[in-house]
Design a protein around this ligand. Structure first.
Ligand code: NAP
Length: 302
């Protein structure tokens, strides 16, 4: 089968996409490609300077792009609320909501509400964002929510009695694995809940294999191995772009690179890890996430 490349991205004119963490790496390349295909793109970034620079870099390459910056810090649920209200005020619909932002193995730290940083940013912040922006996603026909996970979900375990690593002490890689497994469980439960109400909104997922980006800022070892194993961000963005735009993609589909150990290559459908398919865990994580974020999803509208 022909490799899925940027050429396969359908025309995006008339569509609105919101990409979290779009100032660099995979998020930037995703936003750039969508803008190139005609989408109106909202870059949701935590740093104004970096975000503005990303807007300018997109405009340099696509002078006709309709691209804007909206500041969002996923490590603060109050900020996620304020951000969502601004977007709800400005936009009448979202065709693509791409949950890309993430941190990997940072030094021990807490979000504004006291959650472990990786679980708080990678999972809870995005969980709240989707709950708050759902009315805009439901307002677009054929809309999609895209979740960016990782092969590191395979080593992840959701320790329900110690989600914040308070009892066992902080361990950076297990915490990253937990957050990326949480991303996959979120997809499974969101898919189930959308189906239950007959929604036309779909949810897909992707992982970028091994792509050299700022994500590795906290791991000298991974950075050292980058030249041997990694892809450039432009190619690393392809699984996300496919999950977002492939007309053949169905709700629940997960895309990753096709090469050895899914580290590199063009995107193909891949399987989520076994632990992501435990329905009981997906439902339990959902309930806890609602409690921790205070965001309760309203699926009232289709
Ligand atoms: N690169 C890989 O090999 C790889 C592999 C598997 C999965 N992934 C996943 O791919 C996604 C994108 O990662 P990447 O490789 O492109 O990394 P990246 O270059 O470090 O980009 C991450 C983005 O997330 C943003 N971000 C971090 N914390 C945030 C917060 N609190 N609020 C809002 N935005 C925040 C960053 O903003 P700043 O620039 O301001 O820090 C940046 O824009 C992540 O979900 C990551 O887990 C990447």
């Amino acid at each position: 089968m022909k490799s899925w490349t940027h050429d396969q991205i359908p025309d995006q004119n008339g569509r609105t996409a919101l990409v979290t963490g779009a100032n660099t790496g995979i998020g930037f390349e995703t936003a750039l490609s969508l803008a190139r295909k005609g989408a109106k793109v909202i870059l949701a970034c935590r740093n104004a300077e970096k975000g503005q620079s990303a807007v300018e870099r997109i405009l340099q390459q696509v002078p006709t792009a309709e691209v804007s910056l909206e500041l969002l810090d996923l490590a603060d649920l109050n900020d996620v609320q304020k951000f969502s209200h601004r977007v709800l005020d400005k936009e009448d619909r979202l065709d693509l909501l791409i949950l890309n932002a993430g941190v990997m193995v940072p030094p021990e730290g807490k979000t504004a509400q006291g959650f472990e940083l990786q679980f708080g940013i990678n999972h809870l912040g995005h969980f709240a964002l989707v709950g708050l922006l759902l009315p805009l996603v439901q307002a677009a026909s054929g809309s999609r929510i895209v979740v960016v996970s990782s092969t590191m979900a395979a080593g992840g375990k959701i320790q329900f009695d110690d989600l914040q690593f308070e009892q066992r002490g902080y361990a950076a890689w297990p915490a990253y694995g937990q957050s990326k497994l949480a991303n996959q469980l979120f997809v499974q439960e969101l898919k189930r809940r959308l189906r239950a109400v007959g929604s036309t909104v779909s949810v897909t997922a992707a992982h970028p294999g091994w792509t050299r980006t700022d994500l590795q800022r906290n791991s000298g070892f991974v950075r050292f191995l980058n030249p041997l194993f990694s892809m450039k961000p432009q190619q690393g963005a392809l699984p996300t772009l496919r999950a977002a735009t492939d007309p053949q993609a169905s709700t629940g589909d997960y895309f990753g690179p096709s090469g050895l150990f899914q580290m590199r290559g063009y995107p193909k459908r891949v399987s989520m890890v076994k632990r992501a398919k435990i329905e009981e865990d997906a439902a339990r994580l959902w309930q806890i996430s609602e409690e921790l974020t205070g965001v309760h999803f309203d699926f009232g509208r289709n």
